[in-house]
Design a protein around this ligand. Structure first.
Ligand code: ADP
Ligand code: ASP
Ligand code: MG
Length: 405
């Protein structure tokens, strides 16, 4: 009797018809004798809609209240999924994140899971129930509702699989698995049979929203092997696991495009020790993730100054501006420019460690398309460029087809 954690994303539970399909799939596994914990997301569009409502009230709503609001999305689907199982004669009970024992830190809207005490989950499994758990949410030690960052139901599933020592963790979504690029953007993308944690980490960090970045970090840390597959068919999916020797033969495993970042440029930042530390510490204190950072050579001799650019998640732009503008008097930079029309394009593969000329080939491909590169950064297994968002998809297709045949 295997213990399986399954997660169904927003499109897989988008309406009652789909929820009935999910229930039918869960019932099939149960008939085989498996024990099941099922994590569900909010119906697709619901979380976005709740955020929109909050912003209609005020542009920067209280993050505590935002969490109370957003958690309702998943609470709707757990109850409906449990009912759909009841309709099939399957005993099922829904649990909120808190009831499932998911304890987080106090960072509202992007809380980290501190520990899981799944006492109720165990008890319900032991009494023969399918347990339906609300994804994306937990509670602090003090009992405040928190959410785990966008796409956080993936994290709920992976963390529960680790805590319950599940035999299998399956992430059901609206594509057949992890592709060499987002199939909605790159029509020639193909499904991968397997991906290394490190590759998926870089792809997810670079905007491939097929899996939430933090869920992949968690899976790697706790060695949770998982499968990403479709909730619409029975095709085998993509297995995500530790890197193997044979994976190094492929230079570029995948390409991802992130249109959800914005660039902030500070003009005339005084070039003296401690200035960058001050800026990035203030952003970190506000729980704003900074991704790429580029600092120019300084100009001027009496009062040397430099220009500093960095990228943040688009939804954090307003907050980031506020934080930086609060430092203006203290630091004395001359101007803050914000640019939301950027796209970040990355190529990823563990094979890059042992191959040269990869960056040159990427830049040549972009040059041939007449696409200007605004920022560049590299890691051992990833090369990222920032381009104008209007050219992002064209760039992704060209670069994908140059490396992946
Ligand atoms: P869910 O609601 O099931 O969590 P998401 O919308 O979060 O699903 O993630 C699935 C989507 O991720 C796909 O529909 C696809 O458009 C997108 N995606 C981006 N990059 C990739 C990739 N490399 N492989 C597969 N899907 C990708
Ligand atoms: N409903 C949440 C979101 O839209 C979490 C998830 O779907 O994984 O981000
Ligand atoms: Mg998702």
């Amino acid at each position: 009797m295997a213990l399986i954690v399954q997660k169904y994303g927003g499109t897989s539970v988008a309406n009652t018809e789909r929820i009935k399909n999910v229930a039918a799939r869960v019932a099939r596994y149960r008939e085989r004798g498996d024990r099941l914990v099922v994590v569900v997301s909010a119906m697709s569009g619901v979380t976005d809609n709740l955020i929109r409502l909050a912003k209609e009230i005020m542009p920067l709503p209280s993050e505590r209240e935002l969490d109370v609001l957003l958690a309702t999305g998943e609470q709707t689907t757990i109850a409906l999924t449990a009912m759909a199982l009841h309709a099939l004669g399957v005993p099922a009970v829904s649990l909120t994140g808190a009831q499932a024992g998911i304890v987080t830190d106090r960072v509202h809207t992007k809380a980290k899971i501190m520990n899981i005490t799944p006492r109720q989950v165990h008890a319900l499994l032991d009494s023969g129930h399918v347990v339906i758990v609300a994804g994306f949410q937990g509670q602090t030690q003090e009992g405040q509702i928190t959410t785990l960052g966008r796409g956080g139901s993936d994290l709920t599933a992976i963390a529960l699989a680790a805590a319950l020592k599940a035999d299998l963790c399956q992430i059901f979504t609206d594509v057949d698995g992890i592709y060499t690029a987002d199939p909605r953007v790159v029509p020639t993308a193909r499904k991968l049979d397997e991906v290394a944690y490190d590759e998926l980490l870089e792809l997810a960090g670079a905007g491939a929203k097929v899996m939430q970045l933090r869920s992949v970090e968690f899976a790697k840390k706790f060695g949770v092997v998982f499968e990403v597959r479709s909730s619409m068919n029975d095709n085998p999916g993509t297995i995500v696991k530790e890197e193997t020797k044979s994976m190094e033969g492929v230079v570029v495993r995948g390409v991802s495009l992130d249109k959800n970042q914005a660039k902030i440029t500070l003009i005339g930042v005084p070039d003296r020790p401690g200035v960058s530390a001050r800026i990035f510490q203030a952003l970190a204190d506000a729980a704003i993730n900074v991704d790429m950072i580029v600092q120019n050579v300084s100009h001027g001799t009496a009062h040397p100054a430099t220009d500093l650019s960095f990228t943040v998640d688009k939804p954090d732009l307003l907050k980031a501006r506020k934080v930086i503008e609060g430092l203006k008097a203290e630091l004395g930079f001359s101007q803050l420019l914000a640019d939301e029309t950027i796209a970040k394009l990355s190529i990823v593969g563990v094979g890059m460690r042992s191959h040269s000329g990869v960056a040159a080939k990427m830049f040549t491909t972009l040059a041939r398309e007449g696409i200007n590169i605004e920022m560049i950064s590299t890691s051992e297994i990833k090369i990222t460029v920032v381009v104008n968002s209007a050219r992002g998809e064209q760039a992704a297709r060209a670069v994908h087809d140059a490396f992946i045949t």
